[in-house]
Design a protein around this ligand. Structure first.
Ligand code: NDP
Length: 339
């Protein structure tokens, strides 16, 4: 049973050598009388928050750091091989939070949802139809309070969450600009994902000036994925009563003990801005409503989803480290098995 385990808690930039591929053992059988579920992991989601669990501090209540020498855990798609629980049966497909290993014996509480719609790629349940999709949906619609015609700025715009926020905003009739960290990503935003404008933040000497160019009258909604310098420049460019759904601050995750200082926070007052952090796990009661919204858009080709696929556990550590350096183009997925 191949596993990816954490060797030691990480300070600073995460490296591949912080993780190790090991061979564990598992009996491929649900113990007699147990209500556990034996699953085969198929697709694993590689997510920025995983870096925060590699630090020996509980940052998010109820989400303790990873246990050393045990498999990492993360969202994934799996097939049920055997079930001691009456809600699940052999061959059911499920998504939830599973260990980074080939086979796992799990409890039903680790399963978020059973997968009912299989006419779309199964890997989508790590992305557009899973946690990142829900994050974009609730962050934009529930927290961002968008209106038709709003001027919207999205950072990490080509990523798992950002590419959807931009497309949702376009569907609502908003003007949308995205920032991303390479020419390839900027082209993707403009030519495939339908953003009105996009720019490479790494090439801008003056982010404030860049934002003034794209938003001469200011920003109504800033969908925050990165924090740091981008947030500081955005604060100077918000409209009065603008909204900032704070989804993530990936630029800070490698250095959580010494986060970058933000100098323009007082603009929250001057501009009467509502800046609100949210966590997708508080919104899973909206999952069915979300599926009703998004599945037709996928089937009718009104929304596209770009994935970056890494094959095999041996490439898992590199995929996670690469995500934090911006190497992924689109949703980073790790394929363990295809069926
Ligand atoms: P992405 O697919 O966007 O991947 C991460 C991207 O972050 C990289 O590709 C890179 O893109 C960008 N990045 C990395 N380092 C930096 C840096 N120093 N400065 C600026 N950008 C950087 O990830 P997700 O879409 O999965 O996640 C986006 C954000 O949403 C993250 O902050 C994540 O933690 C958060 N999130 C929050 C949830 C919630 O419930 N609140 C749930 C899910 C995600 P680039 O090349 O463009 O720099």
């Amino acid at each position: 049973n191949k596993q990816v385990v954490l060797k030691d808690y990480v300070t600073g930039v995460a490296k591949e050598s912080d993780m190790e591929l090991v061979e564990g053992t598992i009996t491929l059988k649900v113990p007699e009388g147990s209500n556990e579920i034996l699953i085969k992991n198929l697709y694993l989601s590689v997510d920025p928050y995983m870096r925060t669990l590699m630090t020996n501090i509980e940052l998010l209540e109820g989400h303790p750091p990873y246990t050393l020498c045990s498999p990492l855990t993360g969202y994934g798609v799996a097939k049920v091989l055997e079930s001691g629980h009456s809600d699940f049966k052999k061959d059911d497909l499920v998504w939830g939070i599973f260990p980074w290993e080939e086979y796992s014996l799990i409890s039903s509480s680790q399963i978020s949802f059973k997968i009912e719609h299989t006419d779309v790629p199964l890997s989508y349940y790590t992305g557009i139809l899973g946690m990142p999709g829900m994050t974009a949906y609730v962050g934009f619609f529930e927290v961002g309070s968008p209106k038709k015609g709003d001027h919207v700025f999205v950072s990490a715009a080509s990523g798992a969450v950002g590419q959807l926020v931009g497309q949702f905003a376009k569907l609502m009739g908003c003007y949308v600009v995205g920032s991303a960290g390479s020419k390839e990503k900027v082209n993707l935003l403009k030519n495939k994902l339908g953003f009105d404008e996009a720019f490479n933040y790494k090439e801008e000497q003056d982010l404030n000036a860049a934002l003034k160019k794209y938003f001469p009258n200011g920003i109504d909604i800033y969908f925050e994925n990165v924090g740091g310098k981008t947030l500081d420049a955005v604060l100077l460019n918000m409209k009065n009563h603008g909204r900032i759904p704070v989804c993530g601050m990936v630029s800070q995750y490698n250095n959580l003990s010494q986060p970058e200082g933000i100098t323009n926070l007082a603009y929250l007052i001057f501009k009467r801005i509502r800046m609100e952090g949210f966590n997708v796990v508080d919104f899973y009661h909206l999952y069915d409503k979300f599926l009703e919204f998004v599945l037709p858009l996928i089937r009718e080709g009104k929304i596209v989803y770009v994935e970056d696929i890494a094959e095999g556990f041996e490439n898992g550590p590199a995929a996670l480290v690469g995500l934090l350096k911006g190497r992924n183009v689109g949703k980073q997925v790790l394929v363990v098995a295809r069926g």
